[in-house]
Design a protein. Structure first.
Length: 337
């Protein structure tokens, strides 16, 4: 079962039914793709989660799978025919998210997908529909929702710690090196959809949606100022939420000064979560140290297993995550006008 928020309300968590295997059983995972995120975070998270087993891997290069001691397939069709697989992690480039997630759901598997959900809002909604029709769980790896600091910030905002929130500003500035072969697909619009708007803005848009609910209006500017890739090298997005609060997300791939800022201003004060990926949360008359997990993907994997077993609500489910694709699509169209 999934509880979907009405327009203008904060997104509700959604609940899922326990899957059809014994609570004493291990959840057998299939990971599609063995790229940077999979090797650094996803696979270690699955291996560390006590109720999970890395059962198999799908890769075009079986040699990359050798260190993991799991079954290996070069064909997703063959892998999904394996009845012992219960959960699939989609860790491939964005253009493959929707087709691979939908195929896995229709094969009766639960799916946790990398961000953003898809290349477009239409694709993202088709994934939601496939999950509903299959009765399986579909989660998205917006792992910042699991940050103790962000969850505490939401509590404090709801309690009125800064009065009425009016403006939230998030920036993520870095330098993109196209010579890194494992990241070269990110500048191919046919594979990635776009540049930093898709890659790093998606996480921050999801943070705003988590804090303030469903977005109402979007405007944006996208351009190439330094890198003349086939995708933008910077994007500035403004989002309006119910009650008039505005969120601004500014992301850049052309800065040699790294920034990871998050500040929320209200009528009676300000909250600072900078750096967003750090531990410190500062608000009027208070400061707390709430570090994220050492493996940022571990809590989202753990929560996904809890949700599949019917033990907890899914923190980043498809019905709420699709709104990030909604914002991205409108930002892309607005920015190109």
């Amino acid at each position: 079962m999934e509880i979907v928020p009405k327009a203008g309300l904060r997104p509700a968590f959604h609940f899922v039914l326990a899957c059809d295997f014994s609570l004493s059983s291990m959840l057998n995972w299939l990971v599609i793709g063995i790229g940077d995120i999979a090797t650094r975070r996803v696979i270690p998270a699955i291996q560390a989660e006590s109720r999970s087993r890395l059962y198999g891997l799908v890769t075009r290069n079986p040699q990359k799978a050798a260190p993991y001691g799991a079954r290996v397939w070069t064909s997703l069709d063959e892998a999904l025919s394996e009845s012992e697989v219960q959960a699939v992690y989609v860790a491939t480039p964005v253009f493959l998210h929707a087709p691979e997630a939908i195929q896995s759901l229709r094969a009766g598997k639960h799916v946790l997908c990398e961000k953003p959900m898809a290349m477009s809002e239409v694709e993202a909604r088709s994934m939601v529909l496939a999950a509903e029709e299959s009765g399986r769980t579909l989660g998205v790896a917006y792992y910042r929702r699991t940050y103790p600091k962000l969850r505490r910030a939401k509590q404090l905002l709801d309690a009125g710690i800064i009065g009425k929130p009016v403006l939230a500003e998030l920036t993520s500035h870095t330098w993109f090196d196209e010579k890194q072969s494992d990241r070269s697909w990110l500048i191919d619009p046919a594979k990635a959809g776009g540049g930093p708007l898709y890659d790093i803005a998606s996480h921050r848009i999801d943070v705003l949606n988590f804090l303030f609910g469903q977005p109402l209006r979007v405007s944006a500017h996208l351009s190439n100022l330094v890198h003349y890739f086939a995708v933008e090298d910077n994007a500035t997005v403004m989002i309006e939420y119910a009650g008039g609060v505005r969120g601004i997300v500014d992301v850049r791939w052309h800065s040699k000064v790294t920034r990871d800022e998050c500040r929320i201003r209200g009528t009676e004060g300000e909250m600072d979560l900078s750096p967003l990926n750090g531990a410190v949360l500062t608000y009027p008359n208070g400061q707390e140290n709430l570090p994220p997990h050492a493996n940022l993907h571990y809590p989202i994997v753990e929560n996904f297993v809890d949700a599949v077993l019917g033990k907890a609500p899914l923190l980043a489910g498809a019905a709420s995550s699709v709104w990030t694709d909604w914002v991205i699509e409108r930002a892309r169209k607005s920015g190109s006008e």
